[in-house]
Design a protein. Structure first.
Length: 419
């Protein structure tokens, strides 16, 4: 994310200027704008706030980029999401049909709302499953993958923290387990075309990686997310968010590949969505506590609040800042900023983890509890802020930030070749 070099900011980073931009920051609701199809009490205080809504598609079926079928067939990248309810086939053996419908619809409706909230498109409902896409012609590939990861993580969070209560306390049934698979296919690996005849047809994709999202879901354990090699390689995700899975029935043997065919050995990883959400500063913010915020500089718009919903370009000026009531700020004794980079580039430069040196801060930075940086390496990176305050209280705050160079990232993709 950052180069360990003191950088002179020429972007009007004076306190007055930044404060003025802070006043213009959008304050998002304490919980997402769900429809009435989802059973969420109106007074429920969810801590999912502050992921900005990014709706792209309002209908199921044909992807909005291809409603004009005269453009087809056409190749264009896509990130595919496959969500399935584990063990749903047996529900009809345990509950009456009306209850089974409410159970399935609660999960599917929640998944639909969240995927749409993060900019995704619902392609098809398949019984107890959702097949969806993120990505379209006007956003970057990295952002499409990030949208899929964020949506899948929030779906799992909602299932364990909100739907669980609805199932047990309202419907009187056992909570459900959800499995999600995500994979990414590049422009030359996804063909959009029409299948069928006459008025019985569908515009859909022909792609190994779209098919693999379903297979990845099937490999996932209960309430987990399985991602394909192109997903974690393209974004250069940190190793501690990824883990191998074990072959069922054998606790010693690991299962590394979702597909092995001749020279094409395509890896899969379990994605730790819970740890991921814990490291997004704005995911859980409590009133009366310290909060870490991040802002990036745009030549046209000035300082803009950053949420972990997209990737920033390299060489972007950013600033982190501790925000709280004046009462809390006056209690701070010291602040230490630690950079935790990930990815090939940061590793090659030997700048994976380091404490930001004191000479990187101006007097104004220190007084205003802020840390100026700039983006330098592909990957998902963290700023870790260690706050020591009165009473020997120490708090560590994480902030997750994506950086992506599309040209470089394409070299990370695993390509299949016809033989």
């Amino acid at each position: 994310m950052y180069n360990n070099i003191k950088r002179v900011f020429h972007k009007n980073l004076q306190k007055e200027n930044l404060d003025k931009n802070l006043e213009k920051s959008v304050v998002h609701s304490r919980y997402m704008d769900f429809s009435q199809s989802i059973i969420v009490p109106e007074d429920e205080t969810l801590t999912i706030a502050k992921f900005p809504p990014n709706r792209f598609s309002e209908k199921i079926g044909t992807h909005p980029d291809f409603t004009d079928d005269s453009l087809l067939p056409k190749t264009q990248y896509i990130c595919s999401i496959f969500l399935d309810i584990k063990g749903s086939t047996r529900l009809a053996l345990k509950y009456d049909l009306e209850t089974v419908q409410k159970i399935k619809n609660a999960v599917l409706s929640t998944g639909i709302e969240i995927i749409r909230y993060f900019g995704g498109h619902i392609h098809r409902l398949q019984g107890d499953a959702i097949f969806a896409f993120t990505g379209h012609s006007k956003i970057s590939k990295s952002d499409a993958i990030i949208q899929a990861i964020n949506a899948a993580s929030i779906i799992q969070y909602m299932n364990l923290n909100i739907l669980k209560e609805y199932f047990e306390n309202v419907l009187g049934v056992s909570s459900l387990k959800i499995r999600i698979g995500i994979d990414f296919g590049d422009d030359d690996e996804v063909l959009w075309s029409k299948y069928g005849i006459d008025d019985i047809n569908e515009v859909t994709v022909t792609s190994l990686h779209a098919d693999l999202s379903s297979k990845l879901q099937n490999k996932a354990s209960a309430n987990s997310i399985m991602i394909g090699e192109n997903v974690f390689s393209y974004l250069q995700l940190p190793d501690d968010l990824l883990s191998d899975i074990y072959i069922k029935g054998n606790s010693e043997e690991k299962d590394y590949y979702i597909m092995k065919y001749k020279s094409f050995n395509y890896k899969m990883k379990n994605f730790d969505w819970s740890k991921y959400l814990e490291r997004i500063a704005h995911f859980e913010s409590y009133e009366g506590d310290f909060q870490m915020k991040c802002y990036y500089f745009s030549e046209s718009e000035g300082w803009i609040p950053y949420y972990s919903e997209k990737a920033l370009e390299k060489d972007t000026d950013i600033v982190y800042r501790i925000e709280a009531s004046q009462l809390l700020l006056h209690k701070i004794n010291s602040v230490e900023w630690t950079v935790s980079n990930s990815g090939i580039e940061a590793s090659e430069e030997e700048e994976l983890d380091y404490v930001v040196p004191k000479d990187a801060f101006s007097d104004e930075d220190i007084a205003d509890f802020r840390c100026p940086r700039h983006t330098a390496f592909n990957g998902l990176h963290y700023m870790i802020c260690k706050i020591k305050s009165e009473g020997n209280i120490t708090k560590n705050k994480y902030f997750s930030l994506y950086v992506n160079d599309n040209d470089l990232s394409r070299s990370y993709l695993k390509k299949s070749e016809l033989e």
